[in-house]
Write a protein that binds this ligand. Structure first.
Ligand SMILES: *[C@@H]1O[C@H](CO)[C@@H](O)[C@H](O)[C@H]1NC(C)=O
Length: 251
């Protein structure tokens, strides 16, 4: 009887030790940083992550317009608004060049994105945008659900009241399929700056597509960040340049 009781006590003691060790282990796990950098780690929980799609001319520029806004996590260029299946850059059919914007709805909103949409292109230009001529550069707000539809319609009416002399050509349509464009077209502005690509670790194409940092820098390169953010990034990069890039002296 005594032996059994002792066994129970020993057993309980061991159980407590195991429990403490597992807690210590868990605490340690928290302190050990991830060895593998994963750009998805800086994304907020999926519940707050929403998606919007806009067409406002060349998608190289459109991607840069949205990339640097507070709350925007990722951008992807692609084709939407047409009926052709699997469009490509050289044969996009009736689609428009578009940008898909993933944003944290705690930090920004569809309404704020609409403001940026209107102020970043000329929605009154017919059959093109800026120097780019053709239906693929038309202006479209893609909506998901009736609330977004309502907000888009109200914002278009407001835009039209600014001047009655010309028509706001922007279409508002429920989003069908968004076809991501070929890798060459993703983060196109950033790819013009090998120095900045190097600075963020020469990410492979997929990493570049997913990276919030690349998304932001893509807007910075095009000088399309809000002025305050543009200056902040400028300062940070100048600082890095001033401190000196490690120089290879011998092999
Ligand atoms: C539309 O919104 C719902 C949630 O509001 C979401 O689950 C769905 O994926 C969205 N659809 C598209 C095409 O973005």
């Amino acid at each position: 009887m005594a032996v059994t009781e002792k066994n129970v006590r020993v057993h309980r003691f061991l159980l407590i030790i195991v429990l403490i060790l597992s807690l210590v282990d868990r605490a340690l796990c928290i302190r050990i940083p991830d060895r593998i950098p994963d750009s998805s780690r800086d994304l907020p929980d999926q519940q707050c992550l929403k998606t919007a799609v806009f067409a406002l001319g060349s998608f190289w520029r459109s991607e840069a317009v949205f990339g640097c806004l507070p709350g925007v996590r990722r951008t992807t260029v692609g084709y939407a608004g047409g009926s052709k299946t699997n469009p490509e850059y050289r044969s996009l059919g009736d689609h428009a060049e578009s940008v898909q914007v993933e944003y944290d709805s705690k930090l920004t909103s569809f309404r704020e994105l609409l403001d940026v949409f209107w102020s970043s292109h000329d929605p009154r230009q017919v059959f093109g945008q800026g120097p780019d001529v053709g239906g693929q550069y038309r202006s479209i707000i893609f909506t998901n659900g009736s609330e977004e539809s309502r907000l888009a319609t109200a914002s278009k009416e407001k835009e039209q009241t600014i001047s009655r002399n010309s028509i706001v050509t922007t279409q508002i349509t429920q989003l069908g399929t968004f076809y991501p464009a070929e890798a060459d077209h993703q983060k196109f502005e950033l790819k013009r700056k090998p120095f900045l690509l190097q600075l963020i670790g020469n990410l492979p194409e997929e990493g570049l597509r997913r990276s919030s940092l690349a998304t932001k820098l893509n807007g910075y390169v095009a000088e399309l960040c809000p002025p305050k953010i543009q200056r902040q990034i400028d300062a940070k990069i100048n600082d890095i340049i001033k401190k000196g890039w490690p120089i290879l002296r011998e092999l």
